[in-house]
Ligand binder design. Structure first.
Ligand code: ADP
Length: 954
């Protein structure tokens, strides 16, 4: 039968398969191929693909147009369909003689090249649309409007690429050339998905389809919104702040697509990317988003199979498994051709991606002692997992693991390709999240306003899990609570109350004052389960375990426990707490409210941290553990959870919650526990203070904070008792407090300021390389009076944060130095520095390197400098002050009798500026060094100036 006849005879079937599932993708793919091999010309394409018409009529038009073009065209159409359609849809159809759909000669214009390569380009550009649009925008080929029209969210990524290609064609040859150039530059070494598709069997494709659909189902909604059914991940997902440190120590900001990409790679030989962040910073949610986008083919399009694992669930796998069993039993079972599918994975490791959520929750700490590389041999799960992470097993498979930072030891770091830090929401992210949560804009506005009025609460919202609670409990918040939430304990009490209220039989769900007492029984049962779980690194519970703790269905229906969302093949229901922090909160409630707990439970909880540090087991309360096992196993997983629990215990025992706890816990018991907490905190601090080395002669007495210092500070903050903070700090006698790289965000700043404000003598507070941000900077204000120096290098601070900091700093007598290297400062903040310099005649050092200050900013600074007679150090390295700025500074500083050091390295300063500066230094009696390297001066000019003045350094 001729192709002509085949088309006519099978018209109904061809129509059905090309419209199958309602997606236009198969039709679009066929059209791409037919355009590429010139069966269709552009005008045909426009007449066929009319978006306003139903898909069926588009397909009919295609069949008609091609039919009219004759036999060759018909056979190419059939060949194109044969190539595009999945095997199962082709059953029963006849595509005639085999023929390849190939482009003819290489086209000689860029526009025609785009047409000839269209099928490949659609695939290549799918996860690179932003980059391509950017290239077109910056070269002026596209306007913003063009970009918006391409990226309308109703289109799938492939459709967006086709719109992009159509628009480029419309714009003409220059646009087409720009796009081709962009593609040439971005051609990566990743395998071409086409190669893989040529070798794919029907079984592999079927498996991929099944895996995609189970991953999509599993990642579609967030567990914290589980019961409500109100939000899908699409509705609520808000981008978090992702950072990576590159080889030169520079921090780069990443997008979700860069997590697996090359940006920030430190070790090319390793295949494991670690995403680390504190509890609740959104690690699991980020992985979930990656999974969902992969399942929809919207991201990671070069990944053919993605296998998601949860470490907390792997904890309950006690069998020895082979790699094949791990993949198929824990993720998705192939219905056909298991061996073939597995062989495909082994043969193409670069097409697979494994994700491991919550490495910190895996019972056993990472070791690389036992090597295992056989994919078919059964071994215990830890060996399998650790060898996968190391790359001993399945080298070449990309792995993404998430963990809290504390749980990642140096042995694992050795095997990391890169470590991506997830820092929670930015201030804009918080707004965006609240707006997504509340469909009513007026309500969203009220919540945002209430957060802005309570900056402590706002700072908490940088951590997404707190943001979720605060937004969820907006009614309680806006309704005016007795206690305005200030601490994380306050926030978790709010959510506790909210959940009980939801189930309250009273009209409007109003809870009485004694609501905690009314629900004490449930709280204690959940608390015991939570605590026992934490002690045993157990975060998933069977129905039997719930029963053993006396938990009824009614208790479960309150919503604190949820069913595990699980891909693995198990036949019993399993439960977990809504979030690990909620498990810690219930554990803390149990420690505080349980009348039968042994007397030293509280002290032991606090001491657990130190036992771990000294290498002993950190089991804390030990009532459900076999003590013989205790000493042998080396665990790291519990420590962060026990620290959070201890923080909640401190908060619950705060005087603020005295009334709430009154009927639940005898006063004497409560007071005993309070004393124990205070003693533990004081002892913990003493340990730190004792570790302070004696100052080297001529240097300041300095303390570099140990890991649990910030935790102790946070516990003191939770207690909200000034006298405790004052008494603890009275014993700290240092001149410099170093807290660099300590994951200090806004929440930690609140606690630090609360405690440090009681220091007896001024200190230098060094917070370089954290995530303080504007909100954190504002939180530091209460302790500014006790800081003689504030080091905030690399902290994401912008003009607004600086404005507030300086307004207060100006009034603080001791405040003399500030270092703000590598933040987001612009000319908008220099007026505040000018004011500071004018009004504070004891200010010594101002370092503003690597920001975005231009000549205008320098002129403003100069204005302040001309009135100042105290500044000794001025650093402006890596800004853009140019000649004008340099001249202004030189003029302003000519009367300075204090300036010792000035850096204007890398500032675009030319001869005019340099001459002015040379004159300044030649007249100055104090200036010892003026750095001018990396400016717009010729080597001859530099030599000449250095000869004139040796204090000028290039
Ligand atoms: P982690 O794994 O770091 O402990 P999760 O991902 O479990 O944190 O986040 C806890 C909760 O915070 C989520 O269940 C969700 O309600 C909220 N959340 C976290 N990240 C996001 C995000 N990117 N967008 C929206 N909500 C988020």
């Amino acid at each position: 039968m001729t192709a002509h006849q085949l088309i006519l005879k099978q018209r109904a079937e061809l129509l059905a398969v090309l419209c199958g599932g309602g997606s236009a993708e198969p039709l679009d793919c066929v059209l791409d191929l037919l355009l590429a091999c010139e069966v269709l010309v552009w005008e045909d394409y426009l007449s066929i693909r009319v978006v306003e018409k139903p898909l069926l009529s588009n397909v009919r038009q295609l069949l008609d147009v091609v039919y009219d073009k004759g036999e060759d065209a018909c056979s190419l159409l059939l060949a194109a369909m044969n190539q595009v359609l999945p095997e199962e849809q082709k059953a029963g159809l006849c595509f005639g003689k085999e023929c390849a759909v190939l482009g003819k000669n290489r086209p000689d214009t860029a526009t025609l090249t785009l047409l000839a390569d269209r099928p490949v380009l659609v695939r290549k550009l799918r996860d690179n649309i932003d980059g391509a649009l950017n290239a077109l925008l910056t070269t002026g080929c596209f306007t913003i409007k063009d970009c918006d029209a391409v990226q309308l969210p109703v289109y799938t990524p492939s459709q967006q690429v086709r719109r992009l290609l159509d628009q480029v064609r419309f714009k003409g040859e220059t646009a087409a050339k720009t796009l081709l150039q962009y593609l040439e530059q971005t051609e990566t070494t990743r395998p071409n998905p086409e190669d893989k598709e040529n070798h794919l069997s029907a079984n592999c494709l079927l498996y991929q389809k099944k895996l995609r659909s189970s991953v999509a189902a599993q990642s579609h909604s967030l567990s914290t919104y589980g019961g409500t059914g109100r939000f899908s991940l699409d509705d609520i997902y808000t981008d978090g702040l992702l950072e990576v440190m590159d080889g030169s120590g520079e921090t780069l900001t990443l997008g979700l697509e860069d997590v697996v990409g090359p940006l920030g790679t430190l070790n090319e030989d390793a295949d494991t990317v670690l995403v680390s962040g504190e509890a609740g910073s959104g690690k699991s949610t980020l992985l979930q988003r990656l999974h969902l986008l992969w399942a929809r083919e919207a991201l990671l399009t070069n990944t053919f199979l993605l296998f998601p694992f949860s470490c907390r669930k792997l904890n309950s796998e006690h069998r020895e498994l082979s790699l094949k069993e791990l993949l198929f039993l824990h993720c998705c079972w192939p219905d056909r051709g298991q061996d073939e599918v597995f062989q495909f994975i082994l043969d193409h490791p670069n097409l697979a991606l494994f994700t491991f959520d919550g490495l910190d929750e895996f019972k056993q700490g990472f070791t690389d002692e036992e090597r295992h590389c056989c994919p078919t041999k059964q071994v215990p799960i830890p060996i399998l997992l650790f060898n996968l992470l190391q790359g001993t097993l399945m080298k070449g498979v990309m792995k993404v693991a998430t963990s809290r930072p504390q749980a990642v030891g140096s042995s694992l770091k050795h095997y990391l390709r890169k470590e991506v830090l997830l820092k929670g929401f930015s201030p804009g992210g918080i707004d965006c999240y609240v707006k997504k949560h509340h469909s009513d804009p007026a309500m969203a506005r009220r919540v945002i306003e209430s957060l802005q009025a309570n900056t402590v609460l706002l700072s908490l919202c940088h951590i997404p899990v707190f943001c979720w609670i605060v937004t969820k409990c907006h009614q309680e918040l806006l309704g005016g609570q007795d206690v305005i939430p200030q601490t994380i304990t306050d926030v978790y009490l709010l959510v506790l109350q909210h959940f009980f209220q939801r189930k309250s039989p009273q009209p409007q769900g109003v809870l009485g004052k004694a609501w905690l007492e009314e629900h004490l029984d449930t709280v204690l049962k959940l608390g015991q389960l939570a605590l026992e779980g934490l002690e045993a690194s157990c975060y998933v519970f069977s129905g039997y375990e719930l029963q053993r703790n006396g938990l009824t269905e009614q208790d479960v229906s309150l919503g604190f426990l949820i069913y595990c969302n699980d891909l693995s093949v198990t036949d019993c229901k399993r439960y977990e707490f809504l979030h690990i922090t909620l498990q810690c909160f219930f554990a803390a409630l149990y420690v505080v409210l349980n009348r039968n707990s042994d007397r030293s439970a509280v002290s032991r909880l606090f001491q657990a941290q130190y036992r771990q540090l000294s290498g002993l087991s950190q089991r804390c309360l030990g009532h459900c553990i076999d003590s013989s096992v205790e000493e042998v196993e080396s665990h790291v997983t519990e420590t962060p959870n026990l620290q959070i629990t201890a923080q909640f215990v401190s908060g619950l025992l705060s005087q603020r919650h005295h009334n709430l706890l009154l009927e639940c816990c005898p006063i004497a018991v409560r007071e005993r526990k309070v004393k124990q907490v205070v003693k533990s905190l004081s002892k913990g601090m003493q340990r730190h203070f004792k570790s302070i080395p004696r100052p080297v002669e001529g240097e300041k007495k300095s303390m570099h904070a140990m890991p649990s210092f910030v935790w102790l500070i946070k516990c003191i903050y939770e207690m909200q008792d000034n006298s405790i903070a004052r008494d603890t700090m009275a014993k700290l006698d240092v001149e410099h407090l170093k807290l660099t790289y300590c994951n200090i965000g806004p929440v930690e700043c609140t606690a630090l300021a609360y405690v440090l404000k009681y220091l007896r003598n001024p200190v230098g507070l060094q917070l370089d390389n954290n995530s303080v941000g504007d909100v954190g900077a504002e939180q530091l204000l209460p302790c500014l009076h006790i800081c003689h120096s504030l080091y905030l290098r690399n902290n994401n601070i912008s003009d607004e944060g600086i404005r507030k900091l300086l307004e207060n700093g100006m009034k603080c007598e001791s405040f003399q130095k500030i270092a703000l290297f590598n933040n987001n400062l612009t000319d908008a903040c220099t007026q505040h520095f000018a004011l500071l310099l004018k009004s504070k005649q004891n200010f010594l050092s101002l370092r503003l390197g690597n920001n975005n200050i231009t000549s205008q900013g320098a002129e403003q600074l100069a204005e302040g400098l001309s009135y100042n007679q105290s500044l000794q150090f001025l650093g402006l390295w890596g800004n853009k002050i140019g000649d004008r700025g340099a001249e202004a500074l030189a003029a302003a500083l000519k009367n300075s009798t204090t300036l010792i050091w000035l850096s204007l390295v890398d500032n675009g300063v030319g001869s005019a500026g340099a001459c002015a500066l040379a004159k300044l230094i030649s007249q100055s009696k104090t200036l010892e060094q003026l750095w001018l390297r990396g400016n717009n001066l010729s080597p001859e000019e530099e030599e000449e100036l250095s000869k004139q003045e040796s204090r000028l350094t290039f």
